[in-house]
Design a protein. Sequence first.
Length: 398
Amino acid sequence: MTHHQTAPLSTQVTIMGAGPAGLMLSHLLAQAGIESIVLEIRSHQQIAETVRAGILEHETVNLLVDSGVSDRVLREGDRHDGIELRYNGESHRIDFQTLVGESVWLYPQTDVFLDLAARREADGGDVRYSVSETEVDDVLGRPRVRFTDASGQRFEITSDFLVGADGSRSQCRRLVPEAERTQYFHEYPFAWFGILAEAPRSSDELIYANSEHGFALISQRTETVQRMYFQCDPTEDASTWSDEQIWEQFRLRVNGNGFAVKEGPVIEKMVLPFRSFVQAPMRYGNMFLAGDSAHTVPPTGAKGLNLAVQDVKVLFEALDAHYSSGTSALLDGYSERALDRVWKAQHFSYWMTSMLHQLPGASEFERARQLGELNSVVSSRHGSAYLAEAYTGWPARG
Ligand code: PHB
């Protein structure tokens, strides 16, 4: 490109990241008459092809439908009224409807992204994919973001606020000086081996299995494609595994007592990173963090996307109050309000993970204690109800 001039742009809110968090925020702002520009370093196609988790809390579904993003989730998603916890060769159903009167929806994150991207496009939203060389200044004043768009043109956006919805490798998160933030980490000595397989469904509901050979999860995608995971070593190289070796792991971990996982050609395999992370506070000056940029959870509780959407809902209400009545109280309270739910989800994800996985080198005591824990959950209405409430999503705090 020959032109080196930087073209000036201005908007009310600049949003870094066009994942579900960034697009949902841009959509909600547009509905309230607040302008935004969304910048994304990946292409639309790259995001659409990334395989992510697939469980939506009822509140996430409500927000997609009620805010007019799409009702495709209701037509093409599957409502799940419970899950199965499987251990010692037996399945125990956790009935969400009976316990807390709620359900979740199986609807892959890819479809959430496609629905949001299509809605933003139909509404004329300013979403720029494949941008590069992003530089951010002045987040304590009027944030400025310089970037190069897909055609090579350089721009500079000035805005009232900057939102870092730029994922687990967030650039925005790093703008907060060390003295102004705390980072909380927890590493786990295992990871998940995830596959997509061409096979019919093995079960109507998701099966979370604890076995002496390690954890396994039987999830689903469509009538003909299934999503499954098993606990593996974090350094595992998925490409070296044959289909037969993969199915052997599932047979060992979930088959028995009349149940057998339905097998078929493995069409995708990958090792998923596994850690817990929080950066607090989720605000620095006029920059707000939302979603994975501020926190990641292990996938066991299926909370990642739902937390991101909840951050955005809270942040939208705060920005809307600021623009409609000039009050900053909700913006000032954003971080605390968002983190309240983040830490509940951190605990739940950690708890589900520790209850269901085998720790390398665990003692006999630890193994027996874990079975006692599972028995406490499945044999008690109160124990099960905590799982059901957390899995389907805590009610929004007033
Ligand atoms: C998935 O279907 O990808 C999935 C479902 C539940 C989880 C994690 C992943 O806890």
